[in-house]
Design a protein around this ligand. Structure first.
Ligand code: HEC
Length: 110
């Protein structure tokens, strides 16, 4: 009977891992997908920016120095200058989605 319980516990852990691990990797994919649909048109698929659109690189040394808080604010509210084109909090992006894009940008900066 004891071995039966042990087997059940192992199966439960296996199922839990099976459910958790893919959702972690999906989160990273979502950041990339969100960037592609919401940001790439102006900042470029490689995040290098587009001078013609006056969109700055998001992987420059300057961008790397920007704090997570400022980066999040720039995306959610348009930053200190409240640029309307970046007020994604008003354009249907959730806090979680903005966080995903921020971590996607951070990952590309490395
Ligand atoms: C319509 C074009 C456009 C889109 C779409 C866009 N940006 Fe920008 N972005 C710009 C321009 C232009 C600037 C230059 C800032 C300025 O002076 O207005 C900028 C600046 C920035 C900056 C620098 C901080 C700042 O506010 O100056 C960050 C960070 C940024 N964008 C991130 C993003 C992210 C992340 C997305 C997607 C969620 C995005 N942008 C979508 C055009 C765009």
């Amino acid at each position: 009977m004891k071995t039966m319980k042990l087997v059940l516990v192992i199966v439960a852990i296996a199922v839990a891992l099976f459910l958790i691990v893919p959702s972690l990797s999906w989160a990273a994919d979502d950041g990339a997908a969100l960037y592609k649909t919401k940001c790439a048109a102006c900042h470029g698929a490689d995040l290098a920016g587009k001078p013609a659109a006056k969109a700055p690189s998001l992987v420059s040394d300057e961008a790397k120095k920007t704090s997570d808080a400022d980066l999040t604010d720039a995306i959610a509210n348009g930053g200190k200058a409240k640029k309307p084109m970046h007020a994604y909090a008003n354009k249907g992006m959730s806090e979680d989605q903005i966080k995903m894009v921020v971590s996607y940008i951070r990952a590309q900066q490395k």
